[in-house]
Design a protein around this ligand. Structure first.
Ligand code: ATP
Length: 356
């Protein structure tokens, strides 16, 4: 992990009027560049294998410059170049996944948010410890495959986007579906409606819904389109499908905006508040966007199956704002909210509170 004082030292030498917002050209980069440009920041798109031609189709989100690298590792080698250019890295899901959390922790360039969250988020056991010790309800872990007494979801470690996950209703199902020699965990399959709640924690904004030293905003909510599980019911029962080697998968193909019933909002905020407060106790607090990936049961209870502590692609339907952000910052996306936080912290001389 890059020590905080190293990043603080780098920031001291930055020309604060020439900050450049940079990210990898993928995931939510259009939204991040669009938001930063709207607030007058210069922007830099980093590419490795990504195409860039489609950015020409979106002039308001096209970064001011592209930097082509030959590999993800080169991001670390190029730290001096980024620092000379007053770059602030905005990590998104693909950025961290492709570079790797360990390498991202070592990257010697100021980055939005607290990188200490990575250790708690990328390890499923630590993530569970964080959330449950905050009093948040999660799907129960089921350990004994021979005595499965309710539908379970088998999740392979490191499976990207739910690839290979399968539902087993009993031991027989489990034996039919399991891939041997691949580490997995099993948890109860929660029946309910999936909501991906997009929050933003600011340690510097003091007015609003209080948590920690700052405030929490709810910027939007989405649900994911997941191929092919979402449509499989049209073909009939799973047992029948398995005979034809058709297995459900959860690979995300898109995102749909949603709102939740208003009476669920207090519970949603309470969970977010507890998670923020606990993050402060455990590792100094997460900063900026985070997403609670949840299922609401017919008892109107939230079960959180995952937290993402950075901008998620599910915020992309809201480049021009959401029903929730309309009541805080009209027309503001999560990408633009990140740029606004950087702008406010710069003006307050408090960049060290939001960058690491
Ligand atoms: P990503 O990192 O892309 O979010 P992942 O590989 O970590 O994905 P999860 O997000 O844990 O996987 O789960 C993938 C999908 O599986 C979820 O979007 C949801 O549809 C479903 N899911 C996960 N856990 C449960 C559960 N306990 N009960 C019911 N459905 C679940």
């Amino acid at each position: 992990m890059v020590p905080d004082r190293r990043i603080d030292g780098i920031l001291e030498d930055y020309d604060k009027d020439e900050l450049v917002i940079a990210t990898l050209c993928s995931h939510s980069s259009l939204q991040i560049f669009h938001g930063a440009k709207k607030l007058g920041f210069r922007t830099m798109g980093i590419t490795v294998t990504q195409d860039t031609k489609h950015y020409d189709a979106f002039p308001l989100a096209r970064p001011d410059e592209f930097v082509q690298l030959s590999s993800y590792d080169e991001m670390l080698d190029k730290a001096d170049f980024f620092v000379e250019n007053n770059v602030i890295i905005i990590p998104h899901g693909s950025f961290v996944e492709y570079l790797g959390p360990k390498k991202f922790e070592r990257m010697d360039v100021p980055s939005f948010g607290n990188r200490k969250v990575l250790a708690w988020e990328s390890d499923r056991d630590k993530e569970r410890e964080w959330l449950t010790s905050a009093g948040v309800s999660m799907p129960e872990i089921v350990n004994d495959a021979e005595h499965i007494d309710r539908p379970v979801l088998v999740k392979y470690h490191g499976a990207k986007g739910g690839r290979g996950f399968f539902i087993a209703k009993d031991h027989n199902d489990f034996k039919l579906g399991i891939e041997h020699n691949v580490p997995y965990t099993m948890q109860e399959y929660v029946l309910g409606t999936r909501y991906y709640l997009h929050f933003f924690y600011s340690p510097i904004v003091k007015e609003g819904y209080h948590a920690g030293d700052g405030t929490i905003e709810m910027l939007s909510i989405d649900r994911r389109d997941e191929s092919n599980i979402d449509e499989m019911y049209k073909l009939g029962a799973q047992e029948e499908l398995k005979k034809h080697q058709l297995y459900p998968s959860f690979v995300v193909t898109g995102n749909v905006p949603v709102v939740i019933r208003e009476s669920l909002l207090p519970k949603a905020f309470e969970m977010a508040e507890r998670i923020v407060n606990r993050s402060i106790e455990l590792f100094g607090g997460m900063v900026g966007p985070f997403c609670l990936e949840s299922i609401v049961t017919d008892k109107l209870e939230f079960k959180v199956f995952e937290i993402s502590s950075r901008i998620v692609a599910g915020t992309n339907p809201f480049i021009n704002g959401s029903p929730y952000s309309e009541m805080i910052h009209p027309g503001m996306s999560t990408g633009m909210r990140i740029a606004k936080e950087i702008q406010m912290a710069r003006d307050m001389d408090a960049l060290d509170l939001i960058l690491s």
